[in-house]
Design a protein around this ligand. Sequence first.
Ligand code: ADP
Ligand code: MG
Length: 625
Amino acid sequence: MAKQQFEAESKRLLDMMINSIYSKREVFLRELISNASDAIDKMYYRALTDESITFNQSDYYIRIDVDKEKRQLTVSDTGVGMTKDELESNLGIIAKSGSLAFKNENEIKDGHDIIGQFGVGFYAAFMVADEVSVKSKALGDSQAYLWHSEGADGYSIESCDKETIGTDITLTIKQSEDDDDFDQFLDPHQLQTIVKKYSDFIRYPIKMEVSEQRLKEGSEDDYETVIEDKTINSMVPIWKKNKAELTDEDYHQFYNEKHYGFDQPLEYIHVSVDGNVRYQAILYIPESAPYNYYSAEYEKGLELYSNGVLIMNKAPELLPDYFSFVKGLVDSEDLSLNISREMLQHDRQLKLIEKNLVKKIKQELTKMLRNEREKYEKFYQAFGRQLKYGVYSDFGQNKETLKDLLLFYSSTEEKLVTLAEYVERMKEEQPFIYYATGETNARIERLPQTEIVKDKGYEILYFTDDIDEFAIKMLAEYEGKSFKSVSSGDLGLEDDDKDEEQSVSETDQAIFDKMKDILSNKVSDVRRSKRLKTHPVCLSNEGDISIEMEKVLSMMPDNQGIQADKVLEINTNHEIFQSVKAAFETDQDKVESYTNILYNQALLIEGLPVEDPISYTNDVWKVMK
Ligand code: ADP
Ligand code: MG
C-alpha cells in the first residue's frame, strides 16, 4: 500500500515535536499509557450507555511487553480501538485529538478523567523509536488495521488480523552506539520504575511480565527465578482514598515510599477541596530539617499531579518560602497544562491552591502549638528560623499569618513562649515588650543591660538567632505593644524621669566629654547610665540599627559597613567610676587607658571583638603596673 504523507506541515512539526517539546525521553511511556487509559475510559463510557456491549471489570487493562531481541516494546490496551478513518485522522494529523473530540461530542465536562487534549502525545514515541506500528480493532468494527510509520516521511495503513477490540502499539527502540540511554526502555525493571514515576495512579491495571528472585519452597537459601505477570501500578492513589480508610501507618509509609525524607513526618495533612478549584493534597511537616535546608541549594516544592498523572516533580509555586519545609503533593483536575504537560498554562489555579494550602498548614501548626506543645517545639527547633525569615521578608507582608507561630525564650518562664503569652503576662504599667540579643541564652542572662528591666520584674525575650531582631523590627508591634531592646536608649521606665532630675554634675560631665573625645568616631556619646546596677559600663545604641544588627549585617557578603550608633554608658555609682574620677584629677594618661579598657570591655560584653588587641593589652598592663 502506498505511503501517505503526514498532513499539515506535519513533517516539520513532527521533527520539532520529537526533539523539543519534552525535556525527558522517558515521558513517551506516560503518553502512551495515558492514551491507553483514555481508550479504556471511552470503552467504559460506551458500555455504560450501550446495553449491547458487555464488558467486565477484569477486561479493562493495559499491558507492556518487551522483546529484547527484536528491540521491541509493546503497549496494549483493551480500549475502544480505532477504525481505519480514526487511525488516519488521529495519528495521521498531528495536533488532532480524538480524545478532545470525544469529550466534546459526549459533552463530558472538565472533571472527567480523560487525559488527552492536544493530539501530540502519541508522537513522543518517535523520541525513542525508529519505527512505530499501531494495530487496532475498533468497537463495532469487524476488521482490524495496522498503521505503520518510520517517522517524518509518512505512514501507511493496511488491514491486519487482530482478535480482540483494542490497540497494540509496538515501538522498535532506537539503537545508538554513543548513547545507550535507549536500552533502558527494553529493561523491565527500568520500565517499571518509569511507570511508577508517572503512571502509578492510572486507574486501570498496567500488567507486565516481571522476573523475580524468590526463595524456593521449603528452602532457606536456594533461590529461583520466577517470571510472572504483575500489576505494576498501584491504581488508586492514597490521596483519592477516604481519610477514614487510612491509618497513620499508611501516611507514614507513603512518606517513606516517596522519599520525602529519611525521618518520620511530624504531622500529615490530607485535604480534599471541592470549591473554586478542586484538588486533593497530602502534605507533611517533617521532623527535622534536611542538611541543606538553610542553603540556596534547597529546592522547595510539591509534586503536582493532574488526574493521577505526574506533571511536575517540584512545583515551587505551591508553597510560599516560609512554608518551604512542607513536603507532599497536590492533584488537581482543574489545571490547564501546556502541550508537553510539563508546565502549566496559567498560574491562577496554582495561586488559589497555594492560598488554600497556606491556610491549611497554618491551621495545622496552630493546632499543634495549642494541643501538642512539645511536638510544636520540636518543629520550631527545625523550622522556626524559616518562619522568622518569613516575617521579615517580602516587606513583612506575611507577618500577620506568621506572628502567632513564633516562639522566643523567656527570662521569667525559662522556656519558649509565644508573643500572646508574653502580652498576657505583661504588668499593667509595662510599656513595651522587652527583648535582649546575644549569642546564647546564658550569655544574654548575664548582660548588664538586662539588670534594670529584670529589677522591675518585667519579662525579657531572648533573641539568639541572627534573624530575630530583624523579624521583630518588621513586626513592629504585637497587640498594640511595641518591642524594645534592653540596649536601646530609652527604656520607657518610670524611674527615668526621676533620674533625669538628678542632673549630671559638672565634673562628671567633664569626664564624659573627655572620654568621648578619646573615643571619638567609635561612640556617638558617653553618658551616665540609667540601667546599670552592678556593672560599671555597657554599650547601648541610638537609632534603628542595633549593635546586634550591625554584627549580622557585617557578616553579609554585600555588607555596606552599616553601623549602629553606639553609646558608652557609665554607672556613676560604681567604684570603677571613682577610679576614673581620681585619675581625672591627677593623671590624664591614665584616663585614656581607663577609657580604652572600659570601652573594649563593653565591646566584649556585647560579644564584639576588641578592636585592637595589642593596644588593649598594653593599656591593661599600664594600669596594672
Ligand atoms: P491526545 O491524547 O492529546 O488526544 P495523542 O497524540 O496522544 O493526543 O493521541 C491522538 C489521538 O489518537 C487520541 O486523541 C486518540 O483519539 C487516538 N489514540 C491514541 N492512542 C490510542 C489508543 N491506544 N486507543 C485509541 N485511540 C488512541
Ligand atoms: Mg495522549
